[in-house]
Structure formats: structure tokens, C-alpha cells
Design a protein around this ligand. Structure first.
Ligand SMILES: Cc1cc2nc3c(=O)[nH]c(=O)nc-3n(C[C@H](O)[C@H](O)[C@H](O)COP(=O)(O)O)c2cc1C
Length: 195
């Protein structure tokens, strides 16, 4: 069962953020880039370890190589975004081999902060898991021990009609979520939230 995005008393940025695909090439102003960085920088992290390693890629050789590292589906739209942000994670401590999933949480919080700030700044965003890790690392010279967590496309709105036909529905698709009781429980695991 699904329901549409709730439009009630939520923060505007949470309601407005959606994963869109129509970007134009207009560059993002320096003060806005600074705001995106600061938003991510002030994310919480366990023991304040700030394990995120974030590369903002606008143009040049590394950008061309990064575009080519995207999955085929994402190559249909993401190269139009003036900014791709690569969220990676610092190398886990070799003495704590199970640490990686927890480091990934830190970087996820930083990414969410950046997305909401981008929306606040009048930008649109789209996170991506569709890319080739080896190629992403090669494109940016990411040290082998680091792990790439996700990529984020950021930019201003473009014309959806400039996109390949099969990509266009992604721009206008309805945002849906499971019914609250499927994921949110009351007191014990699995007991649907009663409100
Ligand atoms: C970690 C992560 C990876 C994602 N990877 C892709 C991707 O590779 N390509 C894509 O088109 N969308 C990708 N998405 C977008 C999701 O499909 C989208 O967030 C989801 O359908 C909910 O829609 P909304 O973001 O508009 O609320 C990804 C989202 C997240 C959080």
C-alpha cells in the first residue's frame, strides 16, 4: 500500500526535495556551493569523527571521467547537472574491520544535510547509487582504502523535453511512500504505529 508525500506541517525543504532529472548547465554560484559544503560539514557523526570525504566535481577531465563512470540509466540525465558530488568514506581503522557500515551512516547524514540545503537554495538534487566504483575512484584519484558511498547531482531546473524519451517520466513521477504502519511501529517491532 502506498500514499502520496504528506504535505502537512513538514519543513518545506523535506516536502519539496524530490529526485528529479531535468537539469540545465547553468553553474551554481560560489556562495551557494559554500552553503552546501557548510550544511554537510555540520552534520552529526559518531564521536564527531566526520568520516565523510566529499569531492565536488564541476568540469574538466575528472568530470568527464565521472560522467562515464555512471550507470547507463544515470548517464541519460546526470551529465547535464552542473555539479556532481561524490560522497566517500575515510578508510576504516584496520583494527576495527566491522566499522564501515557505521562510517556510512555519517556520510549519509552529511548527504541529507547537503540535499536539504540545496533545496533551500533553490537548487534541485538527485542521489545516485548507479555507478561503477572502480571508475569513480579512478576518475577522482580516490585512495583505494576509501569507499564511495553515493553520488549526488545538483543544479537548476532544465527542460524535461531535452531529455531522452525514456528518461522523462522520472521527472514527473509521483512521490510515494509505504503506509506509516509498514515501517513505523508502536512500542514493539512490527506493531503498526497507532498515532
Ligand atoms: C542511496 C540512493 C541511491 C539512489 N540511486 C539512484 C540512481 O542510481 N538512479 C536514480 O535515478 N535514482 C536513484 N535514487 C533515487 C531514488 O529512486 C529516490 O530517492 C526514491 O525513488 C524516492 O523518490 P524521491 O527522492 O523523489 O522522494 C537513489 C536514492 C538514494 C537515497
Amino acid at each position: 500500500m502506498v500514499e502520496s508525500a504528506t504535505r502537512s506541517a513538514l519543513t518545506a525543504e523535506i516536502v519539496e526535495r524530490r529526485s528529479v532529472v531535468a537539469f540545465d548547465g547553468r553553474p551554481i554560484e560560489a556562495d551557494k556551493l559554500q552553503a552546501l559544503i557548510q550544511a554537510a560539514r555540520w552534520a552529526p557523526s559518531a564521536s564527531n569523527r566526520q568520516s565523510w570525504r566529499v569531492t565536488l566535481v564541476r568540469d574538466g577531465e575528472s568530470r568527464a571521467a565521472l560522467n562515464a563512470a555512471l550507470s547507463e540509466g544515470n548517464q541519460g540525465w546526470a551529465p547535464n547537472a552542473p555539479l556532481l558530488v561524490v560522497f566517500a568514506v575515510a578508510a576504516p581503522d584496520p583494527e576495527r574491520p566491522g566499522q564501515l557500515p557505521k562510517l556510512m551512516l555519517d556520510v549519509g547524514f552529511a548527504g541529507q544535510n547537503m540535499m536539504l540545503e540545496a533545496v533551500h537554495q533553490g537548487l534541485r538534487v538527485h542521489p545516485m547509487a548507479g555507478w561503477n566504483e572502480e571508475k569513480v575512484k579512478a576518475a577522482l584519484d580516490v585512495p583505494e582504502e576509501n569507499a564511495v558511498a553515493f553520488l549526488l547531482a545538483v543544479g537548476y531546473a532544465g527542460d524535461v523535453n531535452d531529455l531522452p524519451k525514456d528518461v522523462r517520466p522520472k521527472e514527473t513521477r509521483e512521490r510515494v511512500r509505504n503506509a506509516v504502519g509498514e515501517n513505523f511501529f508502536d512500542g514493539v517491532f512490527g506493531e503498526p504505529w497507532r498515532g
